[in-house]
Design a protein around this ligand. Structure first.
Ligand code: 13P
Length: 281
């Protein structure tokens, strides 16, 4: 299946592809390993604000592709730019070889969001690259992005999708980046309406901390891509802390890093199961 078709084809197939954000280069290997072992497609996300720390668009994209060759990865892997608020940066990522970019115009007026997203879509589609757009606001804070929850309006979703030719839509419906304060409260009624009206692959941001039951409900209502970052960061940091606390004399980088890479692999396998994407290749 062509990468461009994956999201559309799995709509209502009762599973979603997990997006796992890459925060550091050593994260690439365990994420790929988990996906290959679980025979699951996977999306490797890089937040636009972390690109300089990761070495630049071309470096990170080539590093992922080279790693896939070295590891003989056979499952479909989509390299995705997460939360870019810059048309120019989306273009850099597309030129560097990304498969998919998110233009996040959610903080703009809907007319500007439409106009700018359309520019990204036009450039991306000429290059066979997918585009995700956002309406409303995902709450919380992550990688320098913070906002309070604002539910996506159906009219805005319709305008963005019909006027831009987007490939997928992230309608913010109560989810939060980072850790939830209290119970997540997703707008399933709004989700149902958006799904019925637009029939477009939907993306759920802020999935860390959402129950399996709610994730499955979101999948049934058209979500095909589910974004995880915080749960992986927590598992990585917990293991790193434990490794260092357990042996105060430890200074060999491999002995420090390897257990955390295994922790990433294990949590990603759990997230693949949560998305019901085990053995879906
Ligand atoms: P979490 O912070 O809930 O893991 O969400 C990640 C995300 O949505 C990245 O775009």
């Amino acid at each position: 299946m062509e990468k461009q078709e994956i999201l559309r084809n799995i709509r209502k197939e009762n599973f979603a592809i997990p997006q796992i954000n890459i925060n550091e280069l050593t994260w690439i290997e365990p994420v790929l390993k988990a996906a290959e072992t679980m025979n699951s497609p996977v999306i490797l996300g890089t937040s636009d604000s972390l690109i300089p720390a990761l070495g630049g668009y071309k470096f990170i994209c080539n590093t992922i592709k080279n790693k896939m060759i070295a590891m003989d990865i056979k499952v479909p892997v989509i390299i995705h730019l997460d939360h870019s608020t810059s048309i120019e940066n989306c273009q850099y990522a597309i030129d560097a070889g990304y498969d998919s970019v998110m233009y996040d115009g959610s903080k703009l007026s809907i007319d500007k969001n439409v106009a700018y997203t359309k520019q990204v879509v036009d450039y991306a589609h000429k290059n066979g690259v997918l585009v995700e757009g956002e309406v409303g606001a995902v709450g919380g804070s992550e990688d320098g992005i913070s906002d309070s929850v604002k539910y996506a309006s159906l009219d805005d979703c319709i305008q963005l999708v019909t006027q831009t030719n987007l490939d997928s839509l992230a309608p913010a419906l109560g989810s939060v980046h980072g850790e939830y304060k209290g119970e997540p409260d997703l707008g399933f009624e709004e989700m149902k309406e958006i799904d019925k009206k637009l029939n477009i692959p939907l993306v759920l941001h802020g999935a860390s901390g959402i129950s399996n039951e709610d994730l499955m409900k979101a999948i049934k209502l058209g979500h095909v891509k589910i974004n995880f970052n915080t749960e992986v960061k927590i598992a990585w940091a917990k293991q790193l802390r434990e490794t260092l606390d357990n042996n105060k004399q430890l200074y060999d980088p491999q002995k420090i890093i390897v257990p955390s890479k295994i922790a990433i692999e294990n949590i990603v396998k759990e997230l693949i199961n949560k998305c019901n994407s085990f053995n879906r290749v």
